[in-house]
Ligand binder design. Sequence first.
Ligand code: ATP
Length: 327
Amino acid sequence: MNMNIPASSPNQPVIAISDLSRRFKSKLALDSVSLNVERGQVFGLVGANGAGKTTLIKHILGLLKAESGSLRVFDLDPVAEPVAVLSRVGFLSEDRDLPGWMRVDELIRYTRAFHAEWDAAYAEQLRGQFQLDPAARIKQLSRGELAKAGLLVALAHRPELLVLDEPSSGLDPIVRREMLEAIVRTVADEGRTVFFSSHLLDEIERVSDRLAMMACGRVVLQGRLDEILESHFRLTLRFPTPPPTPPKLAGALLVTGSGLEWTVLCNGARAELAAAVVRLGARIVDETAASLDEIFLARVGRERSTTANPQPAAWQEATLDTPDAMK
Ligand code: ATP
């Protein structure tokens, strides 16, 4: 095992992105994105199709240059110093893009040639674990096998940073689980870092320490997974008489209901929300945890409705209330 991780400063984020924006003609694909990924973290980037995830990853890999704002990987500019950055990165793209004419063992030998740190025993262990036939042609592999072959060559040089764009896109649940386990083990492998994008909330929830939710090129929420789950909850309010309009509560992300009973998906301090409910003349009859799915839908729904359409979307049933401070 290679424990010889070249250090930038130990406290330096592995990825530091500040105010990064990117336009493709009239399309603003990234809008003032700021985020830091610390060493040893699994960082999940979640967003719907077209949210800007791949564009952000292309900047991290130095395939796109920052138009405005800054982006550093290992405190280096990945466009100016691609070799210094990419030699320390393992990458698996959404469309895998592996050479179809090679056999699995040729792919392994070929990729090995680019990496001084290649760990042949680990590559062989992964090949066995992923049940990849060394003689099989890449173009004949199933979707799942192709993803595993891509992950094998991304992992076997034991990169300090593993970047995965939709690693389990199109895969069945068993293969997804195997891939995720391999990813998590990479991090358990001292001080390594994983940055991965997904639109599967359960996958993000299962493995991430920290996450960012993207919508329409913007980061609409980021933080530690446990803190995000802890600070979002659902309150059911009961009114003595039906309120004339959906109740307005600072910290409410999504309000649904009718008549006497309304449910509010909230983000904020419980005591302050409880006091605000009293001021509305209502009482709290139930409080439940919010799932990451619900938080995502509320956050992304709000962003889409404010970006594309001044009216709340029909599926939101009632109203999206005053935005609170984003983390
Ligand atoms: P998906 O989950 O569908 O892969 P994504 O979150 O990765 O989506 P991106 O591929 O980053 O989204 O695209 C963000 C936006 O930028 C989209 O509207 C896309 O059409 C646009 N875009 C991306 N690359 C280009 C390009 N080279 N030229 C023009 N527009 C682009």
